[in-house]
Write a protein that binds this ligand. Structure first.
Ligand code: GDP
Length: 366
């Protein structure tokens, strides 16, 4: 599955947020037997109003959302790249996630110690980013030296990797994260970059953890983070971990009332989960029938057989074609039969690139 790692300095609200996420997930667990919750990993349903619509139209008995994972990665302090705190473990854990959710303390509270003795989320973000860059720099310098030897020895792999490694190294030496290379990168290069598995090449999203009263509007701290993020082309989510912790314990109706009182339209976690999903560059396709309506996840750019493979490996191996209805057609026309009658059910083959919202039915050999 796809994983977002929750990182940040100590006492910024990571665990509070993670626990709210897993509580929500635990509440869903009865309905979703495949939900596994490990101590520091939680699988959560991705909220998607389109799924409910499809289920209504198809009169589906079950509604099964798609899911992503969040991992609580504790232990980052200044000096982590030199092994301070749980430094090495921390960095190893980040290597295993696909994207980074960076939590920043944007709430004032004299009772909660700040490791740096002041609330300054932009400086905190720099502290964390610096540790990640130092770690990348060290690992890349070491690997580049080896790789250069191999490249002169006409090693094909080394010759492919080295130009990308050099580009990444140049950025890091300038004090910049490797994710700057992601902008407009070609698919082939992206593969190479991902294979280097650098911490600062992972896409990042900033979470501003604000006090309860600031959840609706944000505050001066979150405004500064938003400015910083915008300059990096990164997204921000303003959330109050304290509110989310509260909401996660309430029944649906009470939760709605509480959110309303706080001036919020929906749980911040829903926004966070959706933002995480976007960050991972994922899209959703649907299957719909009387038994169940279900949302599935594929990486953007995936072709029809890969989508079939998400459902079952046999579907990918024996893929023949996929009846495909765009979400808007499915809803406007009122379902599969009507879409077919209107000529809006396309037969797509092996080269079809799946579009977000496609309602698909796979034909395959067994
Ligand atoms: P972590 O070290 O980043 O995982 O931080 P925790 O989630 O353990 O939170 C550290 C402390 O800050 C705990 O006592 C939380 O209750 C408190 N805390 C977290 N979020 C908020 C918040 O939005 N407002 C206030 N006042 N306290 C918070």
């Amino acid at each position: 599955g796809f994983k977002c790692g929750i990182v940040g300095l100590p006492n910024v609200g990571k665990s509070t947020l993670f626990n709210a996420l897993t509580k929500t997930a635990a509440a869903q667990a009865a309905n979703y037997p495949f939900c596994t919750i490990e101590p520091n990993t939680g699988e959560v349903a991705v909220p998607d109003p389109r799924l409910k619509k499809i289920a209504q139209i198809a009169s589906s008995k079950e509604v099964v959302p798609t899911r992503i994972s969040f991992v609580d990665i504790a232990g980052l302090v200044r000096g982590a790249s030199k092994g301070e705190g749980l430094g090495n473990q921390f960095l190893a854990n980040i290597r295993e996630v696909d994207a980074i959710v960076h939590v920043l303390r944007c709430f004032e509270d004299d009772d909660i110690t700040h490791v740096e003795g002041r609330v300054d989320p932009v400086a905190d973000a720099e502290t964390v980013e610096t540790e990640l860059m130092l770690s990348d720099l060290e690992s890349l310098e070491r690997r580049t030296t080896q790789m250069r030897k191999r490249a002169t020895g006409k090693d094909k792999e080394a010759q492919t990797l080295l130009p990308m490694m050099d580009e990444a190294l140049k950025l890091l030496q300038d004090g910049k994260p490797v994710r700057l290379l992601l902008d407009g990168i070609a698919a082939e290069d992206l593969k190479i970059l991902r294979s280097l598995n650098l911490l600062t090449s992972k896409p990042v999203l900033y979470v501003c953890n604000v006090a309860e009263g600031d959840a609706a509007e944000g505050n001066e701290h979150s405004a500064k983070v938003q400015e910083m993020a915008a300059a990096q082309g990164a997204k921000t989510v303003v959330i109050s971990a304290a509110i989310e912790a509260e909401v996660a314990q309430l029944a649906d109706e009470e939760a709605a009332e509480y959110l309303d009182a706080m001036g919020l339209e929906e749980p911040g976690l829903d926004r966070l989960i959706r933002a995480g999903y976007e960050l991972l560059d994922l899209i959703t396709f649907f299957t719909a029938g009387p038994k169940e309506a279900r949302a599935w996840t594929v990486a953007k750019g995936s072709k029809a057989p890969q989508a079939a493979g998400v459902i079952h490996t046999d579907f990918e191996r024996g893929f023949i074609r996929a009846q495909t209805i765009a979400y808007d057609d499915y809803v406007t026309l009122g379902g599969e039969t009507a879409a077919r009658d209107a000529g809006k059910a396309r037969d797509e083959g092996k080269e079809y690139v799946v579009a977000d919202g496609d309602v698909m039915l796979f034909k395959f050999n067994t």
